[in-house]
Structures are given as structure tokens and as C-alpha cells.
Write a protein that binds this ligand. Structure first.
Ligand code: PLP
Length: 390
């Protein structure tokens, strides 16, 4: 099995080879799935001295190791841990860095449940949170307090799509020895090198593009060498582990990530450009479109754009939005994204540090792997219903 970070091959190759060693498993292409709680030791010495790599099902199995190694290889980190959901990966990354009395800086564009964790759970343990403008960049420096112990970023925001200047933020943070966490679910390491751009911990809701088939919940946190021990200790102390079959689904999804992402990107851009020309649409929020406020930084730092973006409709009634969305043929309505199927949902940004100005309703779209022409026909019919309903 290739060791994390040991391969010099391109990412598209590494997602195929990482975490696999067929001839250790009778030539089988895919690593076997080990179901385990108890793991036996031959001697008291082995039991007491942990002389074997696998000691208990919650701690590590070859199934866990295979996906951890593959993700770590792709992220270019020092180590990866798996979590039962993407939200758990976000909360674990934070918990591994903060203590009672600390202060946390979090982007105002953060995924809502991550915000809830900070406001409701962390607050109970005496950790205070300040939300910052996603476009703060180097200006984050002014918000750092003596007790600031971590900065949480998400780029782009998964509802409003602001691209953050991660190199500027990490530079300011490093000058004060403060670790930066990045929720990199949208881009994945294929489109944004989180650790290479200075993030100390890279988080993914692997539920989305890694699993890719809307059939499992999974999260990953990868750390650089400086923060790996505290990440692993916190993960172990919380007793986090993922069922082997869900890990396998993550691993299977990973193998096709590069081709899926390229297609999601292409289809999303086709839809975004088509929508931009529609009279019912006020604006399209997609960092890969020239003119988008985040475009310059996206172009500088990212290698691609995934399939998730949003539109602001011209002001219209709630009933008109219902007329459009309730009868879509191909687009499903569900609170997720990253799977092979297209999704569409209304979005309500929650802000406390900044305001997100929008006169008309915000609609979030995930471009799946259906033919773009069919998706456009579905959107066309939907916008027709919207217009008719007023
Ligand atoms: C940006 C982002 N981070 C984290 C999560 C949480 O992932 P999960 O649903 O696997 O808990 C989501 C889910 O939508 C998300 O969009």
C-alpha cells in the first residue's frame, strides 16, 4: 500500500492507486471490508504493549487505514481521520484546537450546522466565537485576540459562494501561531490544495463528492504534522469511528472522483451561463464565472470548480418559487449535494457579522451527471411556471 505523501504521480492517478495493494489480498482489486470490534492478540505481551497495528475495531482496522491513507495521500497531509459525518469532521477539527476560555474566528458564510455547534455547544464550554467577513483576507489580523486559538474557513461558502483568500488568512494566522481549518468540501483536494495553501487542518464532508452516490454519510479531517497528534488524540478520546461498509462506499466513490468532478464542473458552468442570460434571474453566484466577486481569487488558487452554485431570482412570490420547484422533473429537492443526481433547493443565508444582500429568492443548484441539455429543459420549464405564477 502506498504510504501517504509517498507518491509523485498526479492526483488523478493517485485516487486510483492510493490505499490499495491487491497482491496483499490474493490479487483482488479492491481492499476487503473488515468487520470488527474485537481483535485478538496472541500473547499478553502483544496485548499490553500494543505490538500489532490493529488492536480494537474502533481504533483502527485495515479498512479504516485504507481510506485514511488514500485521503491523506490526496490531501498531502501528515495523517487523516474518518468521522461518521461531515458535520462531525467540522466539529472534531474545532474541538481538537480549542479549550475553555478560548476564542474562535469563523467565516460568516459557514455551513449553518457548524455555526450552531459554535453558538450552542462550544459556548456552553466557555469558547466564544466571532464571525468574520468571508472577504476579510489579510484583514483577519485585526480580529485576532490574545486568546484566539483557531480560525475556521470555508471556501467557497456552500450557499453564497464567497471565495476566501486562504493564503492571506493563513499568512496572518501563522504570524500569530494560530491554526487554520478549511472546510474544503466544495473543491476537494483535486481542485484546491488546502494544506499546500497553508491550512493546518483540511475538512471534507465526504458525504458529498467523495462518496458521490448519495448513499452514505462520511467525514474526513487531514492535518499537517504540527497538528496531527492533537487531532488523533481528540478523535480517539471522543470514540469516533465509521462503519466498514460506509468506509468502503467512500473508497469506491473516491476512485471515480476526478472524472465525476470534471463533468459536474462542465455541466454546472453550462447551466450557470444559460441561467445568467434568463430574464427571471437577477444574478448567478458561481466563482468560475468572470465578473463573480470571487473569480480573481478562484482563478489564482483553484484548479477547477465543482457542481454547486446558486442563483438569485428577480423578486417574486413564495408561491412562484413553489410553482417552479415543486414540479421539476429531473432536479430533486433535498438538503445535500455532490451525488450523481441534480438537486435544487431554496436557500436562506444566516449572517451575523455581515449582510448578504438579495432582493429576490436565492436558489441553490447542484448540477448532477445527467445531460446538460435535459437539465436546461427542466429549468426552462420551471422558470416558465415561475413567470406564470408571478
Ligand atoms: C460545506 C459543508 N460542510 C459540511 C457539511 C456537513 O456534512 P454532513 O451532511 O456529511 O454532516 C455540509 C453538508 O451539507 C456542507 O455543505
Amino acid at each position: 500500500m502506498s504510504k501517504p505523501g509517498s507518491s509523485t504521480k498526479r492526483p488523478e492517478t493517485r485516487i486510483v492507486t492510493a490505499g490499495r495493494s491487491p497482491f496483499e489480498h490474493h490479487g483482488l482489486v479492491n481492499p476487503p471490508v473488515y468487520h470488527a470490534s474485537t481483535i485478538l492478540h496472541r500473547t499478553v505481551d502483544a496485548l499490553e504493549n500494543r505490538g500489532q497495528p490493529y488492536t480494537y475495531g474502533r481504533r483502527l482496522t485495515p479498512t479504516i487505514a485504507a481510506l485514511e491513507n488514500a485521503i491523506c495521500d490526496l490531501e498531502g497531509g501528515a495523517g487523516t481521520v474518518l468521522c461518521p459525518s461531515g458535520l462531525q469532521a467540522c466539529t472534531l477539527a474545532i474541538l481538537s484546537l480549542v479549550a475553555s476560555g478560548d476564542h474562535l474566528l469563523v467565516t460568516d458564510s459557514v455551513y449553518g450546522p457548524t455555526r450552531n455547534f459554535c453558538d450552542k455547544t462550544l459556548a456552553r464550554f466557555g469558547v466564544t466565537t466571532t464571525y468574520f467577513d468571508p472577504y476579510a483576507g489579510a484583514g483577519i489580523e485585526k480580529l485576532i485576540r490574545p486568546n484566539t486559538s483557531a480560525i475556521f474557513t470555508e471556501s467557497p461558502g456552500s450557499l453564497t459562494f464567497e471565495v476566501q483568500d486562504i493564503p492571506a488568512i493563513t499568512k496572518a494566522a501563522q504570524a500569530r501561531n494560530i491554526p487554520v481549518i478549511l472546510d474544503n468540501t466544495w473543491a476537494t483536494p483535486l481542485f484546491f490544495d488546502a494544506i499546500g495553501h497553508g491550512a493546518d487542518l483540511s475538512v471534507m464532508a465526504a458525504t458529498k463528492y467523495i462518496v458521490g452516490h448519495s448513499d452514505a454519510m462520511l467525514g474526513t479531517v487531514t492535518a499537517n504534522a504540527k497538528y496531527l497528534k492533537q487531532l488523533r488524540d481528540t478523535h480517539g478520546n471522543l470514540g469516533l469511528c465509521v462503519g466498514p461498509d460506509d468506509i468502503y462506499l467512500g473508497q469506491r466513490g473516491l476512485r471515480t472522483l476526478a472524472v465525476r468532478l470534471k463533468q459536474h464542473q462542465q455541466t454546472a458552468l453550462q447551466l450557470a451561463e444559460w441561467l445568467r442570460a434568463r430574464p427571471e434571474v437577477e444574478r448567478v453566484l458561481h466563482p468560475a464565472l468572470p465578473g463573480d466577486p470571487g473569480h480573481a481569487i478562484w482563478k489564482r488558487d483553484f484548479k477547477g470548480a465543482s457542481g454547486l452554485f446558486a442563483i438569485e431570482l428577480k423578486p417574486c412570490s413564495k408561491a412562484a418559487v413553489g410553482a417552479m420547484l415543486d414540479h421539476m422533473e429531473l432536479f430533486g429537492m433535498g438538503w445535500s449535494w455532490g451525488g450523481y443526481e441534480s438537486l435544487i433547493v431554496p436557500g436562506k443565508p444566516h449572517r451575523t457579522a455581515t449582510s448578504f444582500e438579495h432582493k429576490g429568492p436565492l436558489i441553490r443548484i447542484h448540477a448532477g451527471l445527467e445531460a446538460a441539455e435535459d437539465l436546461i429543459a427542466d429549468l426552462d420549464a420551471g422558470l416558465g411556471r415561475l413567470k406564470k405564477a408571478g
